[in-house]
Design a protein around this ligand. Structure first.
Ligand code: UGA
Length: 435
């Protein structure tokens, strides 16, 4: 099949490369000429394990192309995916759909024959209706179906998630679009991935409900972690104890500094707004949003407490800046609030992250950056692990003890065992576990 992907952001680029790898002929379009030039030269705009090799293979084999020429790419496509950004709108938190609607207008003008236009971006309920209206308005001559096909991939594991999904959700308003979408995903039948065909509005809401549920699960265990600290229980054992119940499930029960990233914060907020507008507020999700926001800042207070109540004039080393490992994404990363909180309390912060420092620089003032974990810890009064990169899981604690000014470790991802750290003479604080 001939597939065109409009938008080479995270979702568009990964989906485009994976569709090409399935054997489809894919053209990825972006209006950013610099980005397209870089992609043509084999440089990825994001860090995602395995993506550069996947792109290179499919480009070499002639199934994957990049262009700024949307009209030409759309004219020859059987399916056109919209995968442009839907950031939170400044001021009210609603999803900003201006990029989606602009893409719909441009696509409509370029359509030459029967095509299915698919929204892959995360869009509020009813967006598909509006995309359809725009296309019919701009180009009444062609027969177009508009489908919704939300994406459930995780950054850092995106290719694996795309190729071996738990499910595929397709929202359509007719059999023609359904048949075409099934054809697009036919290579996945081998993996027996369930395909759920729903109405367009149901598919749109399913995406938000999934992310809101996951955000709720994380926030739940984070609050239980705080309670564990007060009553002397261990949140990891509680999580295991509840997670073995199949109805609960063991995933997404890792307590930490609060969720971040490009999806959960934005999507939970957008769902809250949609629900308020519909007159049926989702109060549980509203609370999750508020609790998670407060948590990030609270983590700075936790560090200060572990440093004996003050960090004024102290040097605090921060390991991990990105919102999670295996990405360079700094969007809504807990590290941003934590570092600002520490600086506000008078600390000098030095940080290290394997991939995120370039993205972090414009977002953080007054932070110095180290070349590795040990250079970061050198002379520090405390070491804070904010993101659980594998490189931080087996640090040489004896060496850290020698080079730090004080042996204080705050492990916001629970990657160390308290007894192990204690052997090296560290004062240790983690999340939801007895000291
Ligand atoms: C998330 C969803 O997991 C994907 O299914 C979805 O497709 C994607 O959003 C999206 O809407 O595009 P992602 O944001 O890449 O994916 O990252 P996650 O692995 O879900 O982690 C999100 C945040 O939750 C991170 O800050 C992570 O540290 C935190 N988290 C996750 C926890 O604190 N505890 C956990 O147990 C799991």
């Amino acid at each position: 099949m001939r597939v065109t992907m409009v938008g080479t952001g995270y979702v568009g680029l990964v989906s485009g490369a994976c569709f090409a790898d399935f054997g489809h002929t894919v053209t990825c379009v972006d209006r950013d000429a610099g980005k397209i030039a870089a992609l043509l030269a084999g440089r990825m705009p994001i860090y995602e394990p395995g993506l550069d090799a996947l792109v290179a293979t499919n480009v070499t084999q002639g199934r994957l192309a990049f262009t700024t020429d949307l009209a030409a790419a759309v004219a020859e496509a059987e399916a056109v995916f919209i995968a442009v950004g839907t950031p939170s709108r400044r001021g009210d938190g609603f999803a900003d759909l201006s990029f989606v609607f602009a893409a719909a207008r441009e696509i409509a003008a370029a359509l030459t024959g029967d095509t299915v236009v698919v929204t892959k971006s995360t869009v509020p309920v009813g967006t598909g209706d509006e995309v359809e209206r725009i296309i019919r308005d701009v180009n009444p001559r062609v027969r177009v179906d508009v489908a919704s096909n939300p994406e459930f991939l995780r950054e850092g594991a995106a290719i694996e998630d795309f190729k071996r999904p738990d499910r595929i959700v397709i929202g359509v308003e007719g059999t023609r679009a359904e048949a075409l979408m099934r054809e697009v995903y036919r290579p996945l039948y081998l993996n027996q991935a369930p395909i759920l065909v729903t109405s367009r509005r149901t598919a749109e809401l399913t995406k938000y409900a999934a992310n809101a549920f996951l955000a709720t699960k994380i926030t739940f265990i984070n609050e239980i972690a705080d309670l564990c600290e007060q009553v002397g229980a261990d949140v990891q054992q509680v999580a295991r104890g509840i997670g073995l119940d199949n109805r609960i499930g063991s995933k997404f029960l890792h307590a930490g500094p609060g969720y971040g990233g490009s999806c959960f914060p934005k999507d939970t907020l957008a769902l809250v707004k949609t629900a308020q507008d519909a007159g049926t507020p989702v109060r549980l999700v509203e609370t999750v949003v508020a609790v998670n926001d407060q948590r990030k800042r609270a983590m700075a207070r936790k560090v200060i407490q572990a440093c004996g109540g003050t960090v004024r004039g102290k040097r605090i080393a921060v390991l991990g800046l990105t919102f999670k490992p295996n990405t360079d994404d700094m969007r809504d990363a807990p590290a941003l609030s934590i570092i600002t909180g520490l600086q506000d309390a008078g600390a000098a912060v030095v940080a290290y992250d394997p991939e995120g420092m370039e993205q972090a620089r414009p977002l953080l003032d007054g932070v110095s950056y180290a070349s590795d974990a040990y250079a970061c810890a050198e002379g520090a009064d405390a070491l804070v692990i904010v993101t659980e990169w594998n490189a931080f899981r087996a640090l040489d604690l004896a060496r850290l003890g020698r080079i730090m000014a004080a042996r204080v470790l705050i492990d916001l991802r629970n990657v160390y065992r308290p007894e192990e750290v204690a052997r090296y003479g560290f004062a240790y604080a983690s999340v939801g576990r007895p000291a």
